[in-house]
Design a protein around this ligand. Structure first.
Ligand SMILES: Cc1cc2nc3c(=O)[nH]c(=O)nc-3n(C[C@H](O)[C@H](O)[C@H](O)COP(=O)(O)OP(=O)(O)OC[C@H]3O[C@@H](n4cnc5c(N)ncnc54)[C@H](O)[C@@H]3O)c2cc1C
Length: 226
């Protein structure tokens, strides 16, 4: 299976009937991805014969049966791969289950209470993954690019107190529901200050220090765990 995140114009090509064959796909991708062509040519023809599939996430309201049965991983929360966090979320389920077991010492208690403790973070990760899909879908839009560069620049100016969503997800063990909340607060700050990438690069060093001072008072320090 291979993933290609592409703009809407490309979807017609990849979903047409009959499906494009290997030679047509290679010809289509060659101008954009010249380094990929050798790799694609070596793949067996069968790799190109599967129709493209939809990607989706699944949520369940009930993760356990009383204190005797509990599902973890994709079996209970299929994660659309738009943040590449499905497997990580499954590993995290296991690590947290283990932590809870150490804490309570009784497996029945952990099975009965795990969903209440864990689901808010898994739901938040699924929300973030879908939002990332929407962002990627609009990534040809220059406003998305500006927002992304603004976030990066703020992280450079105030590295201890400003963190992009991807840094918080990938390099921090902050629970994901809290990441979602913090990113929303950072967005509110950007809106309240009417900050844009263009306005930030034009600020003097004194103005940047003042801005960082405000950020320090509003956001607790960011300490990556990895
Ligand atoms: C296209 C794609 C890209 C992805 N990319 C990423 C990524 O970049 N990063 C990331 O973190 N995650 C990614 N994921 C998600 C990740 O692959 C899954 O979240 C992860 O594999 C789920 O692990 P799991 O053990 O819960 O389930 P699975 O990996 O699905 O394991 C379940 C196993 O149970 C077996 N099984 C099913 N029914 C039975 C039965 N009745 N009896 C016995 N065995 C059975 C299955 O054969 C399978 O081996 C991606 C997923 C997809 C689809």
């Amino acid at each position: 299976m291979w993933n290609l995140f592409c703009t809407n114009e490309w979807v017609d090509f990849f979903t047409r009937t009959p499906l494009p064959n290997k030679a047509e796909i290679i010809e289509f991708l060659a101008p954009q991805f010249p380094l990929l062509i050798n790799v694609l040519q070596q793949l067996p023809d069968a790799c190109f014969e599967e129709p493209s599939a939809n990607m989706y996430g699944t949520r369940s309201e009930y993760w356990n049966y009383q204190d005797s049965f509990l599902l973890l991983g994709d079996a209970i929360h299929g994660m659309a791969p738009f943040y590449a966090m499905g497997m990580n979320t499954c590993f995290e389920d296991c690590a947290i289950f283990d932590q809870q077991l150490q804490q309570h010492g009784d497996i029945g208690t952990v099975i009965a209470t795990f969903q209440k403790y864990r689901k808010p973070d898994v739901d938040a990760m699924q929300d973030i993954a879908f939002q990332n899909f929407r962002n990627l879908s609009n990534s040809s839009d220059s406003s998305f690019d500006q927002e992304w560069r603004l976030d990066r620049l703020l992280s450079q100016y105030c590295p201890d107190h400003w963190a992009s969503e991807s840094a918080l997800i990938s390099f921090h063990d902050l629970p994901v529901a809290q990441v979602k909340q913090r990113v929303a607060q950072q967005q509110q700050f950007i809106s309240a200050q009417r900050l844009t990438y263009d306005s930030l690069v034009q600020k003097t060093s004194a103005e940047i220090s003042e801005l960082c001072q405000q950020i320090k008072t509003l956001f607790h320090p960011y300490k990556p765990t990895i």
